[in-house]
Design a protein around this ligand. Structure first.
Ligand code: F0G
Length: 403
């Protein structure tokens, strides 16, 4: 390991880091234009997406069995994107290219994050936006974003898979509606920039061993995009060995792990409640090509991982995102033969912000008794609110300590 000191770099010595220039978050197209198929005349339509933090997670690392720990764990926090998920990387590309080709309207099916991103970028472009969403299957935060941005919403009975089938039928007959699901190749091109960032960020802190990247998988588009990104960097000599890719699905929606489609996918991680992934084959190829694996985690494991992330690292990610961490924890437990722990640094991709789906987090906290989180106190606030003076007295009398 060599390279400059950085607060995120594992191990001593830690010295002060020279302050760097403050650069604006210029968006992934401006930053990686040479790597992206953007029409030369196109002006980027951006909200300043990308450039998300890679957060070192030492307290999470300590949760792994001592003899099965990778050298370091990092969190690639995609919740820090403008609409709160990685979808912004793909949407800046899709809408920039669509606008350059003169499009007036976009459409997609979505479990919520694609919808929120499409609505935001379409608003900025002055385009119409149609969203076909599985009724009852989208977290409130995401619907709220889409509504606020003026998108038109059509709830459909069934799952995401049914919604996508309906949208594909529509765009086959109405080509003027631009499809902005990940079937749109511009989407994956944009999303591959997250892989560039992971490589660049690890290199910047002197980590150049072969990494392993854990990702939640729904439709399989994102893991395919990471694979494209790593392969492109490797081909250009910017990366020694392509990281191992680990795709994590929810047990009730795990067609890639089971090897067959799931008709009624079920999981509380609504973002990845998908039974017929469009990029299933490509996702499996990405995993095989890089020596990773696919695995499934239960909803309980997802909620436990979400909680650990927030408690230990202060990072609040939505349930689907926590699946990546749940996958790492499961692998590290070594429950099944042949489950080797990756040899290099591990990056868990946290695809969406916890604020997208506060209801699930609150329900989980309630179900666990709200232990340590003062949830009961919060809920009783209205019933037994205290005078400010009583709050001061209470806090002055409460000892503080590490946890
Ligand atoms: N994580 C989050 C937070 C997501 O919203 C999604 C997909 C995924 C992971 C999985 O990515 O589908 O490329 O394998 N959300 C889509 C949507 C389906 O409509 O927002 P994938």
């Amino acid at each position: 390991m060599s390279g400059p000191t950085h607060p995120n770099r594992p191990g001593p010595p830690r010295q002060a880091v020279e302050p760097g220039p403050v650069l604006p978050r210029q968006g992934i197209i401006a930053r990686y234009r040479d790597w992206l198929p953007v029409p030369p005349e196109a002006e980027p339509l951006t909200l300043g997406e990308g450039d998300t933090p890679l957060i070192r997670a030492d307290r999470l690392l300590e949760e792994l069995p001592r003899d099965r720990r990778p050298p370091a764990v990092f969190l690639k926090f995609e919740g820090a994107n403008p609409t709160g998920s990685f979808k912004d990387r793909g949407m800046t590309m899709a809408l920039t290219c669509a606008r350059a080709r003169g499009a007036q309207a976009v459409i997609c099916a979505s479990t919520g994050n694609t919808a929120a991103a499409a609505a935001a970028y379409a608003a900025r472009a002055g385009m119409d936006c149609w969203l076909v969403l599985p009724a009852g299957g989208v977290a409130a935060g995401k619907v709220g974003q889409a509504v606020a941005c003026g998108a038109r919403i059509l709830p459909v009975r069934g799952s995401f898979d049914d919604a996508l089938a309906a949208v594909r039928q529509v765009v086959a007959e109405r080509p003027e509606l631009v499809l902005v699901n990940s079937l749109n190749p511009d989407r994956l091109e944009g999303q591959k920039t997250a892989a560039f960032e992971v490589v660049d960020q690890l290199a910047a802190i002197g980590l150049d061993e072969r990494a392993a990247v854990f990702l939640p998988v729904g439709n399989g588009g994102n893991i395919t995009a990471y694979h494209m990104g790593f392969r492109a960097y490797a081909a250009a000599g910017r990366l020694g060995r392509v990281p191992r890719l680990y795709g994590v699905q929810a047990e009730g929606a795990a067609p890639l792990v089971r090897g067959r489609p799931v008709d009624r996918p079920q999981t509380l991680a609504s973002a990845i409640r998908i039974g017929r992934p469009v990029y299933g084959e490509k996702a499996l190829a990405a995993v095989r090509d890089t020596g990773g694996r696919v695995l499934a985690v239960s909803d309980e494991e997802i909620l436990a991982a979400q909680r650990l992330l927030a408690r230990l690292e202060g990072v609040f990610a939505e349930p689907a995102s926590a699946a990546s961490v749940a996958g790492l924890l499961k692998l590290a437990r070594g429950d099944e033969p042949g489950w080797e722990v990756p040899e290099g640094p591990v990056v868990c991709v946290l695809t969406g912000h916890g604020l997208k789906d506060v209801d699930t987090a609150l329900r989980a906290a309630r179900a666990s008794g709200g232990e340590g989180g003062d949830l009961e106190a919060l809920e009783a606030l209205e019933a037994r609110a205290l005078d400010p003076e009583a709050v001061v007295q209470h806090l002055l009398a409460t000892p503080a300590g590490g946890r």
